[in-house]
Design a protein around this ligand. Structure first.
Ligand code: BJW
Length: 232
């Protein structure tokens, strides 16, 4: 059975109106990484961080999946082999498009995490600093997001998928942030064919067998149609 492992980044949700990080005017032009995406920033000013994620949660809730997300869901439902989506995105647009096997390595806006006991629960639309954990009662709720210096989620399972991939596709990610930026090298070592979809070549673009330039909502439906046609 063939396996397709797909890594997605902010670029796939850009056409749903969610901002990317490193573009001119993107999220990191508006906020300092150290302030909103590190455990130290959260310890210094929890309200600033919680408000940053409250705003992103509200924006993501209003967004709708685009043709790129839908193409990947279509691939998963019609491909004879296995399709796994590893996303760095904290929105749930893959799930809302119909993808079922989705791994959120950088966490999720719809989840809250207790910093005291690690309990997780569905995040309210608006979190407040010091919200109580419904399990242990500690006033230690935080957004369930992986910040710089923290270990991304499900890494063992992700590396197992990369080691058994036949095709590895990276979509809409700049190749700036590790460990995700190292996945192409891992998949290559395992013998996978590697392909990048992006508006421009990413920082790790030279490691791919093939690069498809263009917006994901246009390039992905064509790629998926071709893959599904080739299997018949
Ligand atoms: C389109 C498009 C369209 C636009 N169609 N394309 C020195 C060397 C190496 C590593 C390190 C180092 N110092 C520190 C580190 C580790 C650090 C790191 O990588 N730092 C780098 C800055 C150097 N990493 C970590 O700390 C991670 N943890 C870790 O490493 O733990 C230890 C470990 C060891 C061994 C194994 C495993 C673990 C944690 C990283 C946490 C990242 N968190 C963030 C914020 C939280 C989530 C959130 O708020 O949403 O995650 S940062 C931010 O960057 C976010 C994203 O998920 C992530 C990646 O960004 P992405 O998705 O690539 O977005 P952009 O904006 O960069 O790019 C968008 C792309 O789309 C562009 O290329 C566009 O062209 C394209 N595009 N429109 C197609 N329509």
């Amino acid at each position: 059975m063939k396996k397709i492992v797909i890594l997605t980044g902010a670029g796939i949700s850009a056409e749903s109106g969610l901002g990317t990080f490193r573009a001119e005017g993107g999220l990191w032009a508006q906020h300092r990484i150290e302030d909103v995406a590190t455990p130290e920033g959260f310890a210094r000013d929890p309200k600033l961080v919680v408000d940053f994620y409250n705003a992103r949660r509200a924006q993501a809730a209003e967004a709708t999946a685009n043709a790129g997300h839908r193409a990947l869901a279509d691939l998963e439902s019609k491909f004879y082999g296995e399709v796994v989506v590893i996303t760095q995105n904290v929105d749930d647009l893959h799930e809302r498009a119909g993808s079922r096997k989705v791994m959120h390595m950088h966490g999720s806006l719809t989840s809250a995490l207790c910093a005291a006991c690690d309990h997780r629960w569905e995040a309210p639309l608006v979190m407040a600093p010091g919200d109580a954990c419904p399990s242990c009662g500690a006033p230690a709720a935080r957004p369930d997001i992986v910040w710089f210096g923290e270990m991304p989620y499900e890494m063992d399972e992700i590396f197992e998928h990369l080691a058994t991939a036949d095709i590895f596709a990276s979509i809409g990610t700049s190749g700036n942030v590790y460990p995700a930026a190292g996945f192409v090298a891992e998949a290559r070592r395992a013998g996978a064919r590697t392909i990048e979809f992006n508006l421009e070549r990413s920082d790790v673009g030279s490691q791919f067998d093939e690069i498809v330039l263009g917006s994901a909502s246009e390039t992905l439906p064509k790629w998926v149609d071709q893959l599904l046609a080739d299997q018949t």
